[in-house]
Design a protein around this ligand. Sequence first.
Ligand code: GLC
Ligand code: CA
Length: 558
Amino acid sequence: MTTTEPAPETTAWWTSAVVYQIYPRSFADSNGDGIGDLGGIRSKLDHLAELGVDVIWLSPIYRSPQADNGYDISDYEDIDPLFGTLEEFDLLLAEVHERGMKLVMDLVVNHTSDEHPWFIESRSSRDSPKRDWYIWRDPMEGHEPNGWTSAFSGPAWTLDPATGQYYLHLFAAKQPDLNWQNPEVRAAVFAMMNRWLDRGVDGFRMDVINFIAKTEAELVGESVQPSMGPQIHDYLREMHREVFAGRDTELITVGEMPGVTVEDAALFTGADREELDMVFQFEHVGLDHSDAGKFDNLAFDLVALKTSLARWQTGLASSGWNSLYFGNHDQPRSVSRFGDDACFRYESATLLAAILHLHRGTPYIYQGDEIGMTNAGFTTIEQYKDIESVNHYSEVVAGGADPAIVLEQMAFRSRDNARTPVQWTPGPQAGFTHAEPWIEVNLNADTINVQTDRAAADRSIFEFYRGLIALRHELAVVALGEFALLEPEHPTLYAFTRTLGSDRLLVVGNWSSEQLRLPQGLTDDAGTRLIGNYPEWDMQTLEPWEVRVYSRAERSGT
Ligand code: GLC
Ligand code: CA
């Protein structure tokens, strides 16, 4: 097959689609309780339609005690009253569809809440018919069965005194892991998924889905953790058969997979394998902190980032598909982490957007990134709400760490950086709520907000994103073109081409706050500039955080 004939899998609709992630509790509050909700989302759908995104992914809105902001589900069949009702969900879904967009639900089935009736039944006795729906083990010499640790600090096992056994939770004690080896568990999950698809949802983002298959211990950083078992492929194929078969071409499935390698990803996403459309990998967001812990910040290295992303581009070029992201609800704000949010916020936010969106894969925009929202700027522990951050702080401070240093690390790394309310307007609570918000609004909301950004004429980040999304919709080379990294060793230049038949795009970006002299000949014969973040430009020089996209063939379409 030549490069001009894309492989059949690359012609799926989602190759030219852009996904927008909503973290509902921080998006928009319609009923004045300080927590974002479905009414808030409904009131902002035009914002998303105008941006041009094709798919909306909602972080969990199911019934939940909210120990991990909804990633701890106690009823998969209902909407949490914090967010609304099933009736309101149906309205939202209809309004999304009316605007030509699709809606994807978060699927959290590695674990449930400990308040889910399945777990309540399971823990009730050793003979419970649902005992084996979770992972119970006898104590080992009076201690945990093994040394696995929870992602949210402490051991991954909690003793249930009533029955004298430990249950496994790779996350909080309030998030017991389901036992996927049990066929009844799988059948119950698949039936639930089918009900949501029958209701009209357009797919799933599957939370830590590679964790459902567990085998023996593996060393991860300083702790010993279960590794991904080979049964994962069987489970995903069974899911495909039981849930997606016959309707998968209209849907989109993306599996979140911490630790996944590009070789694994080619298997998970290979078109003929009937597993998933794409996965979220973590390699490129793990380069700036040590394996020992995500709060342990290392210097950022652009060469390492480029090398990693390019490996994924190549590794999934002939079979499989990439998902592209720089931020989400678990990561710091991308402009604060990778860009210069103090001196070149517009320039660096738009550069990051252009570089990401012009890779081959499906781009994901996290709420607020379309206006360049920044890290939270929290300075006291009381401001933090995230279970991971709060537990981490208690654990390391109890172990003797200097609280000031821990807070400094958290200001850079905490998940709450991305969870402050979306800034809609200048003024009280940034237009997010009329009440006290569940988490503080960023102090910069009067200058950074949707209203101000969209009015900023030629310096609107929103408008820049709109342009990028339109390019993906219009140009096959953006969706499907072959990727080639240029100047891989250059410490601040991010340059690559995309090629499809006689169409070629050249992307050059200056990943730094200093001017950059372009290597000789790089932009010779580059063609016309399609999009860029400076109104005027010099062929030989890139201004701080300047990015330009050149096209060498006639632009197809209008
Ligand atoms: C995923 C989610 C994260 C959550 C965890 C446990 O990584 O993205 O927010 O805390 O899984 O469900
Ligand atoms: Ca509300």
